[in-house]
Write a protein that binds this ligand. Structure first.
Ligand code: UD1
Ligand code: CA
Length: 459
């Protein structure tokens, strides 16, 4: 097979974003847009990937790391000028080069593959990926001749009225015969409305040289949206959200309100799980069958077991077992393990804590740095006092223990198996197994005292 190369254009400043963040690093569902592009382009077998970076280059390199070679475009003189910068690495090589803009994050690997196939089949020197846009304003327009062949591309700013009425747009994605590309680039000028070296001009240049150029019209404009400003950024999130949600629903996941449910690209969900409105599931989360998440929950990098219910809660970087009940209004912080059939109830915060099977923290508690056994009952308002101002310490609560309401467990401390802690205790010493620990002031009743006080106040 002929060699395949990719050039990703990511050097533009992105002025229209009005942001201190480099444009292609703006995230769509938590992933920089250029990362989406690279992920999808990479699904096509490539021999070499070159990313053109400019202003803020270090930050882009930091994100993409060793996935790509980098070439700096010192001055942003246009997309044609940007591709020229890859010349030192590519210009003499034989093969096909795909050029993709770093700001079109929704184009799928499948579409790139189809573009390659079309390009190779038609034997063209250049093939541009086009789409039919409901509102083509801002995009380059595809000018075809009477035989319906692509003649050239005209930028919106350079287009006349008639050209602007064309709805077939340049998606900014092209396949080129690599050598022909770098030869034609030498003929691109900057004599246009923006004073830039336009890459799309290559199509017209090749046609004038009698070469074959072709256009491949994809049927889904939504995929090809170019992100130049915040409005388009928001639109891209909506499009990606719908695409992902539809996929999950086809796989058997119930999503009650898909418009208000955000499931990020790497999340896996098994059939018969139910996702309620206002829920965001992020990172590498895995939701097992029959789990119910939401309404209004945010789950990040969590594994959630079968039939577990999580309502109005936040959970991150934790493993939650099967038939667990969480919320409403619980906060599961990183490195927690909530075992099967456990319960974390309203207004409970859990951090770096293992909660054993069937254990319950039902109301208004803080469990931080705790190792809790199975069938433990943690009473309302219990606090593990894990921090002494310098270090964090572990609280161990063994199986079948019962912690009375409003207790402070001052770590490091162990409450032994099957023992009781009386309500209102502040535990500073280990409690042996099967013991009762009472650590509170003894109650004394002063008979008749209140009545006497009232009488004195009257007189
Ligand atoms: C470009 C196309 C337009 C197409 C649209 C699709 C040109 C001249 N126009 O317009 O026909 O319809 O994309 O979304 O190509 N970049 C560089 N260096 C530069 C300039 C840009 O690396 O000197 C990069 C940008 O980071 C961006 C991409 O190239 O990722 C496209 O640049 P942008 O300015 O967004 O082009 P558009 O005006 O959207
Ligand atoms: Ca753009």
């Amino acid at each position: 097979m002929a060699k395949r190369y990719a050039v990703i254009l990511a050097a533009g400043k992105g002025t229209r974003m009005k942001s201190k963040l480099y444009k292609v690093l703006h995230p769509v569902m938590d992933r920089p847009m250029v990362q989406h592009v690279i992920d999808q382009v990479k699904t096509v077998q490539l021999d070499e990937l070159v990313t053109i970076v400019g202003f803020g280059a270090e930050k882009v390199e930091e994100h993409i790391g060793n996935e790509s070679k980098f070439v700096i475009q010192e001055e942003q003189l246009g997309t044609g000028h940007a591709v020229m910068q890859a010349g030192e690495l590519l210009k003499d090589k034989e093969g096909t080069t795909i050029v993709v803009c770093g700001d079109t994050p929704l184009i799928t690997g499948e579409t790139y593959q189809k573009l390659f196939e079309h390009h190779e089949k038609t034997n063209a020197k250049a093939t541009v990926l086009t789409a039919s846009a409901p509102d083509p304003a801002g995009y380059g327009r595809i000018i075809r001749n009477k035989d319906n062949e692509v003649e050239r591309i005209v930028e919106h700013k350079d287009a006349n009225e008639e050209e602007r009425s064309i709805d077939e747009i340049n998606t900014g994605t092209y396949c080129f015969d690599n050598r022909a590309l770098f030869q034609a680039l030498q003929h691109v000028s900057n004599d246009n409305a923006q004073g830039e070296y336009y890459l799309p001009d290559i199509i017209g240049i090749m046609r004038r040289q009698g070469e074959k150029a072709s256009a491949f019209l994809t049927d889904d404009f939504n995929e090809t949206i170019g992100i130049n400003d915040r409005a388009a950024l928001a639109e891209a999130t909506q499009i990606l959200k719908r695409r992902i949600n539809e996929q999950h629903m086809r796989n058997g996941v119930s999503i009650i309100d898909p418009e208000n449910t955000y499931i990020h690209p790497d999340v896996k969900i098994e059939p018969d799980a139910v996702i309620h409105p206002g829920t965001i599931i992020k990172g590498e989360s895995f939701i097992e069958a029959d789990a119910e998440i939401g309404p209004h929950s945010e789950i990040t990098n969590c594994h959630i077991g079968e039939e577990t219910i999580i309502r109005q809660s936040v959970a991150a970087d934790s493993k939650i077992g099967k038939r667990v009940n969480i919320g409403p209004y619980a906060h599961i912080r990183p490195e927690s393990i909530i075992s099967n059939e456990a319960k974390v109830g309203n207004f409970v915060e859990v951090k770096k804590t293992k909660l054993g099977e069937g254990s319950k923290v039902s109301h208004l508690s803080y469990m931080g740095d705790a190792d809790v056994g199975s069938n433990v009952n943690i009473g309302c308002g219990t606090i593990t006092v894990n921090y002494d101002g310098t270090k964090k310490h572990l609280t161990t609560i063994e199986d079948d223990a019962f912690i009375g309401c409003n207790s402070n467990l001052i770590a490091p401390v162990t409450v032994g198996q099957g023992s009781y802690v009386a309500a209102g205790s502040t535990i500073t010493k280990d409690v042996p197994g099967d013991a009762l620990a009472v650590a509170r002031a003894r109650q004394s009743n002063k008979e008749g005292y209140a009545a006497r006080l009232k009488n004195r106040q009257k007189s």
